[in-house]
Ligand binder design. Sequence first.
Ligand SMILES: [Zn+2]
Length: 272
Amino acid sequence: MTSDLLFLDIWNKKANQKITLMIAKLEKILKRWDSTLRENKWCGIKNEDMNVLCAFIRENSSKDKLVKQVIDCRNYCIYSDMKTEQLLTLTRRALKTIKRRYHRTYSQSEMYKSVTRHLFSEQIKKVDGRPLRTLDVEVEKPATARFVRRYVEKRMGQEYHRQHKKDDAFRTNNKARHSVNRAISYQLHNIGQVETGERRTFSTHWKPIYDPFTGTTVLKKKMSYSTLKEAKMAIIQWHADHPEDNIPMQAYKCEHCHNYHIGHNRELKPVI
Ligand SMILES: [Zn+2]
């Protein structure tokens, strides 16, 4: 690397650090406003807050969406007829943009895409050469289920290690254990699909879904709940997340895994 390029690289790194620091300061202030506005209906704006907001506005392009939102917040703060609800809305809008832009969280399926692809193409000799992706720990025989569970645990543990071994806090906090357990649960839920072209019946363990790895529609297992109460809570959550869906839902006990699933009324076995 020539000295010019090296200088440019250092300069870019410094500029990035500065932006990150500024966003962190801004976010801290907006979060404080958000919580105090909700609790006390008054955000207690400090002079330093305005300095940070103004510096952020000054140093960034006024055409940027986040800058426009911060300008709205600043201008509304000093408005004589300020309403706390309106300020809360503006604050949250800016916080949402920061979250979307700077704290993008990756879903489990995105994080473990490559290992999922490998696992989906693997065939297990010990289980009559069946593809791993068709082995469902909830309905297989206990010995097979134990084997599949151990196999997936090992592979997901290795993948997590591969992705995070260079992290500073790796092995020194409990995050790794928690994340590996989440990864294992995700993958055990992900595998176990039926690909035989069987038609789905009422009140069943599966739902039809497109599988990007095989390029066909397969039957994937539904989310299981160990108690009826948990399943009913999941229905409430479903309606909160999908306000456009007004078809009633019900929880039912599954005859395949003996846990509970939820489904729309039209998918359930009619009561005779
Ligand atoms: Zn089931």
